[in-house]
Design a protein around this ligand. Structure first.
Ligand code: SAH
Ligand code: SF4
Ligand code: F3S
Length: 479
């Protein structure tokens, strides 16, 4: 049972809702103190993330509040308070939560003080809440994605109630700034630049569970990054479901490329990343800004989903195979050292082996540095779920294996092209398997392992890329 090495930032700027929540933090402190007196030690808590980077960032917000109320953060579900921040993008994410809840219940039977909370995207589905109410009565607190900023208030409700507390909102237009955040890494951080999604790709549940697209004010984003930088952060990852449509609905509209230009000016910040870019509205302005930038990393995640124009239309992706290929080609030409990565879905309703061949054709042409391949998962309430021609499992499996093999073969060749170069890596951690090695990340997102002293963590150092091992490198630190 180890404590985690995290960084706490808590600044309060006077916003009304933030003020209310800080009052609840004070109130929650009393409950945690009482528990502490009873236990004769500091109570422990554990935050488990099931989803994407946005989900992980939310977990840092939860951790920040728990720590301020007096909990000690640990990475062990034996803790006195366990919260699952769930994901529902594919069914297997849901199944993992149900599976692990059974285990939490057995731990709770041994620890009468134990509290269990669930939040995140899966909680925005009515069918999930019904199931939890019926068969998982031992859960103490349930809330969703729109009211996470109320976590302190919800904690207080939980302490004051004998039964399950449930608070789920359909949607929100609120963006509450400046609550405490407990960062996982001291030197890099995710930053939300927008919330929600308006794209409604026909297979995807995210717009239903994360609500409509809302961009944060550029001033608030810049301020948050400046504070992070003064707190030791050198790399930021700007987060949004589709960063390319950032700013369109603000009172004073601004493009994502303009926002990047402003962030570039922040002194002390060394690296800028962002996720995710929808191909349909990736602008020439963005390519230009990336090309000219000294700080924006040489990596673009550009989800393809399918290489078949017919399937793309059914998916409501709003681009064709040819448009995607032309875009990828333009980016590779303008920024030759960029790495392109992607997401691919196999088995969307109506997909034929010929459609899969189209996807494989795109992979061969673009030669991604890496690609995440997913088997289509039917999400209740999405248009694709009610399409009649769902693809039989064996056929999906065949297509999936073929796509995966193409991805692996092309990526291996592509990543190997860096062999022999010396490039800057941000040292992120001690290698999990071999503690004499450090693990660093290149600007283009490739991982490199090399020997070096542990105090280099958080620094950007030159590394000679000696041997390529598929997706990663073994390297040597250069003096
Ligand atoms: N906003 C991002 C994606 C967020 S979800 C974007 O548009 O790129 C991350 C990935 O999960 C998606 O890119 C897609 O490949 C995959 N995904 C989403 N819904 C899915 C489903 N129903 N079945 C399988 N994969 C899915
Ligand atoms: Fe889902 Fe599409 Fe929105 Fe991405 S852009 S979150 S895939 S609906
Ligand atoms: Fe999952 Fe929600 Fe992210 S559904 S992928 S955690 S936005």
């Amino acid at each position: 049972m180890g404590t985690t090495n995290r960084q706490l930032t808590a600044k309060y700027n006077g916003d009304e809702e933030t003020k209310r929540q800080f009052l609840y933090i004070e109130k929650a402190k009393d409950y945690v103190q009482a528990l502490s007196n009873e236990l004769g030690r500091k109570p422990t808590c554990c935050v488990t993330t099931f989803g994407c980077q946005m989900n992980a960032r939310d977990s840092e917000k939860l951790a920040g509040i728990l720590e301020l109320t007096g909990y000690e953060l640990i990475e062990d579900e034996d803790a006195d308070f366990v919260i699952y921040n769930t994901c529902t993008v594919r069914d297997n994410a849901n199944q993992r939560v149900y599976g692990r809840l059974g285990h939490l219940n057995s731990l709770k039977k041994k620890n009468p003080h134990k509290k269990i909370a669930l939040c995140g995207c899966m909680m925005q589905e009515a069918s999930v809440i019904e199931k939890l109410q019926k068969s998982y009565r031992f859960v103490d607190l349930i809330f969703g994605t729109h009211n996470i900023y109320k976590f302190a208030e919800l904690l207080v409700s939980m302490y004051e109630s004998d039964s399950m507390v449930i608070d789920i909102w359909e949607d929100t237009d609120q963006i509450v700034e400046d609550l405490p955040i407990e960062r996982k890494y001291s030197f890099k951080s995710g930053i939300n630049i927008m919330f929600g999604c308006n794209n409604f790709c026909s297979y995807c549940i995210v717009p239903y569970v994360r609500g409509r697209e809302r961009s944060r004010n550029p001033k608030d984003i810049i301020k948050e990054i400046e504070e992070l930088v003064s707190d030791g952060v050198v790399e930021v990852m700007l987060l949004g479901q589709n960063v390319n449509s950032y700013g369109k609905n603000l009172m004073e509209p601004i493009t994502f490329a303009q926002l990047l230009r402003e962030i570039e000016r922040i002194e002390g910040l060394q690296r800028i990343r962002f996720m995710t870019s929808h191909p349909k509205d990736l602008s020439d302005e963005l390519i230009q800004v990336m090309k000219e930038s000294k700080k924006i990393c040489r990596h673009l995640h550009l989800p393809l989903q399918s290489g078949s124009t017919r399937i793309l239309k059914e998916m409501n992706r709003k681009y064709t195979k040819e448009q995607y290929l032309a875009l990828a080609e333009k980016i590779r030409k303008e920024i030759p050292d960029i790495a392109l990565t992607t997401d691919i879905i196999v088995g969307f309703p109506g997909e034929t082996p010929e459609d899969v061949e189209e996807t494989i054709d795109v992979i061969n042409k673009v030669q991604y540095e890496n690609a995440f391949t997913f088997i289509y998962s039917k999400r209740t309430g999405t248009p694709a779920a009610s399409m009649e021609n769902q693809v039989p499992e064996e056929l999906v499996k065949k297509g999936f294996d073929k796509v995966l093999k193409t991805v692996q073969d092309t990526a291996r060749m592509r990543v190997a092209l860096l062999e022999g170069q010396t490039l800057d890596a941000l040292v992120e951690e001690i290698n999990e398997q071999d503690s004499s090695l450090l693990t660093g990340r290149l600007s283009n997102n490739t991982i490199v392992h090399f020997k070096g002293s542990h105090d280099l963590i958080g620094q950007i150092v030159p590394v000679y890329l000696k041997e390529c091992h598929g997706f990663y490198y073994l390297g040597e630190l250069q003096k």
